[in-house]
Design a protein around this ligand. Structure first.
Ligand code: ADP
Ligand code: ASP
Ligand code: MG
Length: 480
């Protein structure tokens, strides 16, 4: 298992001083927080009530627009036309419920242009060999959702009397020229943000940008990966020296488990950056795994808040939280995992074998999440499978390799795990009867993770939650 991804990034997020000193915050609203007219109204009043803190607003695509665009690319231009029509009609009705007159006509015109662009992209994707695999065209298609939502939220804010303006994120965020989830280039992105945003904020205006989208250094459209708007927000927060990055979502902050799976899940008032990073990396969909990277170095607190329940305290993520009594903070999971088992007698007493294996994954640009080894085998997990056939072919030259899809990673996260013996035993006792395919205790020792069949996922998460949160609480340093 990798260590905390965060520590690897040390150094790259440091920025020079800002051109213009203006205290400000970043507020990011996710898909459900802008998913209907009433949700957008709620988001607008939250922004308005914090206008004195000079927010930069980051928005995701409306509701499930990005999923729908992915679906359109999968079914091709003919069936995809209907998907686009559905996006268009829903967005138009949300627009008309929020704004009227010239603003509504302007938005509908933009929507029609965006849909024409989307259908051109569907045709281009269809004529290429595999329309649904990562490409500049697919990134351009997926990014249309954020371009639409940021414009609509801007108009809704203006309608309320706020001086809001829409900025094009593609001109602000520069990334490497990789598709399907690019890494941002910190220097040019920071420079552009610092040049553009503070002067607007100083004039008392509220800039609104779409999350998730960027431009590759070769000028091609890119994205920061699914769920990437959180990362957009923290990158902007670090570049602009914001006082706080607020992630507004549909639950009361980061919770002890995904509340859609565990009814008794409750929210966590405080998390360390390390806990939040591990939790996001191993599943907890509530935050994109890279969100914490910029915050670590710039020491900017991240607050996760509920846009449907804005007075709730939410979760504060800080570098060094005060001592917590709770050993385990959250049980998270990640579905759609493929387990790769690699056997080779060449491994026995030999050196260099693992390096060869990892070089193959590197060559095919496929990240590995978890690894465990024995004398003659290595097991690893991946969630990106587009290059899997090529990887297996290359692996077959040095080993017997086998890939099994349909797995899930479950991970128990908490700083207290480091100080408390016996956590792993407690974890595995609760999983009696469930077949565990792989086990890993992270180097940072704030997590215990394992791989199981996807079919066992719900039972495993619920049992672990019951063990650590519903039974009398485990205190640091002691095992019941
Ligand atoms: P947004 O659209 O605001 O970015 P997401 O759907 O990406 O929201 O993330 C919020 C969802 O994350 C919640 O609705 C919840 O189902 C899920 N989730 C998974 N694990 C956790 C957790 N540990 N704490 C809170 N939410 C979680
Ligand atoms: N809209 C994008 C997605 O669904 C990015 C985001 O919501 O953060 O992945
Ligand atoms: Mg999200």
């Amino acid at each position: 298992m990798s260590g905390t991804a965060a520590s690897e990034a040390h150094g790259i997020y440091s920025f020079g001083t800002r051109a213009e000193e203006q205290a400000m915050i970043v507020m990011k609203f996710g898909g459900t927080s802008v998913g209907s007219p009433s949700a957008i109204e709620r988001a607008c009043s939250i922004i308005q009530s914090r206008a004195d803190r000079h927010p930069l607003v980051v928005v995701s695509a409306i509701g499930d627009t990005t999923d729908r665009l992915v679906g359109a690319a999968e079914v091709g231009p003919v069936a995809g036309a209907e998907v686009l029509m559905g996006i268009r009609d829903r967005t138009e009705s949300i627009t008309r419920a929020l704004v009227s007159g010239g603003a509504a006509s302007e938005m509908v015109l933009f929507l029609d242009q965006a849909m024409a662009e989307a259908s051109d992209l569907l045709r281009t994707l269809d004529s290429s060999s595999d329309g649904a695999s990562p490409s500049a065209e697919l990134d351009a298609l997926l990014g249309i959702g954020e371009r639409i939502s940021s414009r609509l939220v801007t108009l809704a804010l203006v309608h309320r009397g706020l001086a809001a303006c829409n900025l094009d994120s593609r001109k602000l965020f520069i990334s490497e020229a990789r598709h399907g989830g690019a890494s941002p280039l910190i220097e040019p992105t920071g420079e552009r943000l610092r040049q553009t945003v503070p002067p607007i904020v100083s004039e008392g205006k509220v800039p609104v940008i779409g999350g998730f989208i960027a431009t590759g250094e070769d000028g091609s459209p890119t994205t920061l990966g699914r769920g990437g708007s959180d990362y957009t927000a923290s990158l902007a927060g670090a570049a602009l020296g914001a006082e706080e990055v607020q992630i507004w979502t549909d639950v009361d902050g980061v919770m002890t488990a995904d509340p859609s799976l565990v009814e008794s899940a409750r929210s966590l008032p405080l998390l360390s950056i390390r806990e939040a990073s591990e939790l996001a990396y191993f599943g907890g969909r509530v935050l994109h795994p890279s969100t914490m990277l910029p915050a670590i170095e710039s020491d900017i607190p991240i607050r996760v808040l509920n846009s449907r329940h804005s007075e709730a305290e939410g979760t504060l993520i800080v570098a060094e939280p005060s001592e917590s009594e709770t050993v385990v903070k959250s049980v998270v999971y990640k579905e759609n995992i493929t387990l790769i088992d690699i056997y080779s007698t060449r491994m026995l007493m030999a050196h260099g074998f693992l390096a060869q294996v990892f070089a193959i994954f590197e060559k095919h640009e496929t990240p590995v999440d978890m690894v465990s080894t024995s004398e003659v085998s290595v097991s690893m997990t991946v969630d990106r499978t587009e290059s899997l056939p090529d990887i297996l072919e290359d692996l077959s030259e040095i080993s017997d390799a086998e890939a099994t899809p349909g797995k899930a990673i479950v991970c128990v996260v908490g700083e207290g795990i480091r100080y408390t013996p016996g956590i792993a035993a407690k974890v595995f006792n609760s999983l009696e009867g469930i077949r565990i395919r792989m086990i890993s205790l992270g180097a940072s020792r704030v997590n215990v993770g394992f791989v199981i069949d996807e079919n066992d996922l719900e039972v495993a998460v619920r049992r672990l939650h019951a063990t650590f949160f519903d039974e009398p609480r485990l205190r640091k340093g002691q095992l019941q």
